[in-house]
Write a protein that binds this ligand. Structure first.
Ligand SMILES: [Fe+2]
Length: 261
């Protein structure tokens, strides 16, 4: 049995602070074998940079996921070939840099595949994520331990993906909406599922940003630069236990660690 920790969207400096202050503690306490972190919002809420990847390299992280904001910082995208352990949605059109999946090993040598898909509902258009999942899973032959990040806005689409992949992957975990959902469960055929594992950042906010600017946009329908919020910082994610011989999950637990103010 191996334990996989999945940390949801890291939003700006407060999210990175949560990683630095709490990730190692959680990994030690829960005896985590493999850690995955979503970094698409790590640079001020939009994208990630090479400097941030360097900063995070000192932490016990095995693989990274991203999402629709992974393209926001040019320095990272231009050098994407250096970051094969940072996956981006597999269903972006062919020709984009990066890869939609990666296989990495735990310290004990257990291989874990990480695959990311992006929803099509209320999201930038991409290939059909369900058909893309079929194609990608056919290519993963090295291991039965497979974690899928479904990055999407609509809970219905994420739940449908969980059901579609139930019994074919170890976990289907949602990101992008930044709000942890209380629906973590084992699906009937052994796949762990949660609609959104929650963001790692400031929860006194509108999805990690100061309410003032977010409200300006909603009240006036005119642009206003969003500022990352700073209060009520939490590390948020899910911990999944998986039998490495079958790939079936036996347990999923929500993780929420509040930092001291
Ligand atoms: Fe996103």
């Amino acid at each position: 049995m191996i334990k996989i920790l999945y940390i949801g969207d890291v939003v700006g400096q407060p999210g990175r602070r949560a990683l630095h202050e709490r990730l190692e503690r959680v990994v030690d306490r829960e005896r985590i074998d493999f850690t995955i972190v979503n970094v698409e919002n790590a640079a001020g809420g939009f994208g990630v940079t090479e400097a941030i990847m360097e900063e995070l390299s000192e932490l016990p992280i095995n693989a990274y996921t991203s999402g629709n904001h992974i393209w926001d910082k040019k320095d990272f995208v231009d050098n994407y070939e250096h970051y094969e352990h940072v996956v981006r949605p597999a269903n972006y059109p062919a020709g984009n840099p990066g890869k939609g999946r990666v296989v990495r090993a735990t310290a004990a040598g257990v291989k874990v595949a990480v695959l990311q898909l992006m929803g099509n509902v209320f999201m930038p258009p991409c290939d059909n994520p369900f058909h893309c999942a079929d194609r990608e899973l056919r290519e993963i032959t090295e291991t039965k331990v497979i974690v899928v990040d479904i990055h999407g806005e609509a809970s219905s689409e994420k739940q449908a993906m969980g059901r579609y992949l139930d019994g074919r992957v170890s976990a289907v975990l949602g990101t992008h909406t930044h709000v942890p959902t209380a629906d973590e469960r084992l699906l009937p055929n052994g796949t762990a599922y949660q609609t959104d594992v929650g963001m790692t950042g400031a929860y006194d906010s509108v999805i990690g940003f100061r309410p003032e600017e977010a409200l300006h946009r909603f009240l006036l329908n005119t642009p206003k630069k969003l500022e990352v919020a700073k209060r009520d910082i939490r590390l948020s994610g899910a911990m999944v236990e998986v039998d490495e011989t079958t790939g079936r999950a036996s347990r999923i637990v929500r993780i929420s660690e509040k930092l001291d103010d």
